[in-house]
Design a protein around this ligand. Structure first.
Ligand code: ZN
Length: 156
């Protein structure tokens, strides 16, 4: 495993749409494991492949309930609404309040290509929406209701 460089906002890679993963090979496993290590070392709860410069539909999430690897994920249902503070490893030091579904169900493939389903509420629902957005070139700022001021950041 290796820690990869996290691409920051302003790089056009983050605005691109990712292609589906077609090969479930060792290269994918290495990518997922590197992404998990990179996310953990940066103290994040999620990371999408384009954030390490790979334009493929793969994300990792860990909100403290164990590592989730999602390949070719899509939201199949969502309900409710929540407004909470959100940030992104590609936008260091910036936080804003976003509106997201309260609960989402995601269908995806695991590292070997098997179909899996993940349900999330609260922080996990936000992380799922946030990371899946990255695969379509969307940043949390596109959903932001209001960015936090420097004074509010000090209180966080
Ligand atoms: Zn992000």
């Amino acid at each position: 495993m290796a820690i990869r460089n996290i691409i920051k906002e302003g790089d056009e890679i983050l605005a691109k749409k990712c292609r589906p993963v077609e090969k479930f090979d060792q290269k994918l496993v290495t990518l997922l494991e590197d992404m998990a290590e990179t996310m953990a070392s940066a103290g994040g709860v999620g990371l999408a492949a384009p954030q390490v410069g790979i334009l493929r539909r793969a994300v990792v999430i860990d909100v403290g309930e164990g590592l989730i690897e999602l390949v070719n994920p899509r939201i199949v249902s969502h309900e409710g609404e929540q407004q909470e503070v959100e940030g992104c490893l590609s936008c260091p030091g910036e936080y804003g309040i976003t509106t997201r579904p309260a609960k989402v169900t995601v269908e995806a493939q695991d590292r070997s290509g098997e179909t899996i389903q993940v349900q999330g509420e609260g922080l996990l629902a936000r992380a799922l929406c946030h990371e899946l957005d990255h695969l379509d070139g969307v940043l949390f700022k596109d959903h932001v209701v209001r960015m936090l001021s420097p004074e509010e950041l000090e209180e966080e």
